[in-house]
Design a protein around this ligand. Structure first.
Ligand code: NDP
Length: 448
């Protein structure tokens, strides 16, 4: 039986980073992956999603170009097939880069599904391996609704491989994926309907952000069905008929289910270990990514409170450094309260820290600052779509508790502010810095 120090199950962002660092620290590392290297993010997540988002954004840019003096022919044509082919080529390039990273780091890669036979013996493709430590980094899978004819819908993996652009699409869900794809298909010119089970989508985000992005998306023509659940699907005359629990029906040529993700542990043989899944549906880990089995660890979507690539990477690095490092430095603790994130709607949302409601719920006395205006580029193009800047500070010491933005490129803007906020910046600290004019970002340092 081949032995190793570290057996990593899953070649996505968290697994690959952890394997590489562990190997560089001198551990003998084996990594097993049954699909394409790069995991959800590279293959059916962040990367292709952002390419889709860029592609969809051009239509509006062409429209805005007129007031900037550009005469753009009304008949621009968009070729879905060539875009998808080019996207697929880019994803293959990234798969190869992941393979090279692992080869260069001297990590042995096995292509196949891994299964625990015990907490230290793992089998892959009929061979058994004995591991001192094993990492589960298997990510998640799209959640199902279990409704009649669910197979007529697509999930957030399949949406990246449609053979043509839909004319009218129903998107079920109210989270990151639903809203991003609503903007994407709206940008491409499709008629987009969102169906969400509660009364306002993007639960967990600051309420001003939710209301403003809803107003903007409605203004862009996206239709909302709130307080409804999809009950069943049926094929009628070549279209998909959707029936809802409020007894309404409509027909679409595509239906996307974006109702969250479940952890990917099927066939992993966890019953042969002491690993446990918690009430939140994730593998239980402590702050050092240790599971309830002392030989097994978990990082990323399978166990983390946040399903975000950079979080999985941080967790993977933290764990490898802890297990195989010399204990000096590099062992970063992750502050899950201050993870910045973005929703790539059009326009983008970017957020870090506490929302106004969360801060109040924690009993903190706060001050709230808001600014909304039509950005110069948009106003000059004849549009009225506003951006939004909202800051939540502690009334006691002026410390910034949360920053929430809507506007083009706000994720780029947020990254820098997130550094300052994680270092404990106050609103006054920002005000001491001279703004860069004319930008949206300068408003963050000048607002009062
Ligand atoms: P989210 O958790 O963001 O949203 C899931 C949505 O589905 C929620 O609106 C939820 O409703 C709804 N839902 C859940 N179960 C049901 C059900 N049984 N019936 C009807 N509706 C249901 O998940 P996503 O699938 O959008 O994305 C998965 C994760 O991937 C995200 O949590 C995010 O962390 C990550 N991601 C990050 C991106 C980014 O960083 N830009 C982009 C895409 C994904 P309710 O609100 O009521 O719970």
């Amino acid at each position: 039986m081949e032995k190793c120090d570290y057996f990593v199950i899953g070649g996505g962002s968290g697994g690959v980073r952890s394997a590489r660092i562990a190997s560089q620290l001198g551990a003998k590392v084996i990594l097993a992956e049954k699909g394409d290297l790069g995991g959800t993010c590279v293959n059916v997540g962040c990367i292709p999603k952002k390419l889709f988002s860029y592609a969809a954004g051009f239509k509006r840019e062409f429209k805005m170009a007129a007031n900037y003096g550009w005469l753009i022919d009304d008949k621009q044509t968009f070729n879905w097939t060539s875009f998808i082919a080019h996207k697929n080529k880019e994803i293959s390039r990234l798969n190869n880069i992941y393979q090279k990273i692992l080869d260069t780091a001297n990590v042995k890669v096995l292509r196949g599904a891994a299964k625990f036979l015990s907490n230290e013996v793992i089998s892959v493709a009929g061979k058994e391996y004995l591991a001192k430590h094993t990492l589960i980094a298997t990510g998640g899978v799209a959640r199902k609704l279990n409704i009649p004819n669910e197979g007529l819908s697509v999930n957030s993996d399949q949406i990246f491989y449609l053979d043509k652009l839909p004319n009218k699409i129903l998107i079920v869900g109210g989270g990151y994926i639903a809203t991003e794809f609503a903007s994407i298909f709206n940008g491409f010119g499709a008629e987009v309907h969102i169906s969400y089970r509660k009364n306002i989508y993007l639960q967990g985000f600051d309420m001003d952000i939710r209301l403003k992005i809803q107003e903007i998306m409605k203004g862009q023509g996206i239709k909302f069905r709130y307080n409804t659940n999809l009950k069943s699907l049926a094929m009628v005359d070549g279209l998909i008929k959707a029936s809802f629990d409020d007894h309404s029906q409509d027909v679409y040529d595509k239906v996307l289910l974006a109702v969250g993700r479940d952890i990917n542990i099927e066939g992993l043989g966890l019953a042969n270990t002491l690993v446990k899944v918690g009430p939140n549906g994730k593998i239980i880990v402590d702050q050092n990514m240790a599971t309830t089995d002392d030989k097994i660890f978990a990082v990323g979507d399978v166990s983390s409170p946040l399903d975000l690539t950079p979080v999985a990477i941080k967790e993977g690095m933290h764990l490898a450094n802890r297990l195989f490092g010399d204990g000096k430095g590099k062992l970063e603790k992750i502050n899950y309260d201050q993870v910045p994130s973005a929703v790539f709607t059009h326009p983008n949302i970017a957020t870090v820290g506490l929302s106004e409601d969360e801060a109040r719920a924690r009993g903190i006395k706060i001050k709230v600052y808001r600014s909304n205006f039509v950005p110069m580029k948009i106003g000059f193009a004849g549009d009225k779509e506003e951006c939004l800047i909202k800051m939540v500070t502690s009334a006691k010491d002026d410390k910034i508790l949360g920053l929430h933005l809507i506007g083009d490129d706000t994720p780029e803007i947020m990254q820098g502010f997130a550094v300052a906020i994680s270092l404990g910046a106050t609103k006054d600290d920002l005000a001491k810095v001279v703004g860069i004019h004319p930008t949206l970002a300068e408003e963050v340092v000048t607002m009062n």
